[in-house]
Design a binder for this molecule. Structure first.
Ligand SMILES: [Fe+2]
Length: 155
């Protein structure tokens, strides 16, 4: 693999790692603070989503290590490069689901760019890992849109 091209992949993975870490703490906030209609469903769902996000954080960090990089582990470091904002105080299911949908749209766009970078570096493993994320996130968008549409009808 070409070193400069692999370095591009590592940098992009570092940025994605930062985004996933911010997303993880945002989901913890939604899990703790959600109120009202849908509480029991969403409280549980956000927990499974942050557990899944923690798994992805570890996969991304270990991919960075495999490619010869050192993954950032400090939140102060993540905040310097993260492209999604920290959020808190979200108590409404609509606001939480909208935030998650926007975050997925961001991840999907960034992962597509990263897959191109990985392919340029002949890094099929990173491309495959991110293609798996895309597949899950596209499906999750469909489910979240279905969920929020139904909730709006009963508001
Ligand atoms: Fe909990």
């Amino acid at each position: 693999m070409n070193e400069a091209r692999v370095a591009n992949v590592v940098t992009a993975l570092q940025n994605l790692l930062a985004d996933f870490q911010i997303y993880y703490t945002n989901l913890r906030g939604f899990h703790w603070e959600i109120k009202g209609r849908g509480f029991f469903v969403l409280h549980e769902k956000f927990e499974s989503m942050y557990d899944d996000t923690a798994t992805k954080v570890d996969e991304i960090a270990e991919r960075i290590l495999t490619l010869g990089g050192t993954p950032e582990n400090k939140y102060s470091g993540y905040l310097k490069v993260a492209r999604i904002p920290e959020v808190s105080g979200v108590t409404s299911s609509h606001e939480a689901v909208d935030n998650i949908l926007n975050t997925y749209k961001h991840f999907i766009a960034e992962e597509r760019k990263l897959i191109d970078l990985a392919n340029e570096a002949n890094d099929a493993v990173t491309a495959d890992m991110l293609t798996g994320y895309l597949k899950e996130q596209e499906k999750m968008i469909w489910m979240l849109v279905a969920f929020s549409t139904r909730n709006c009808e009963h508001k």
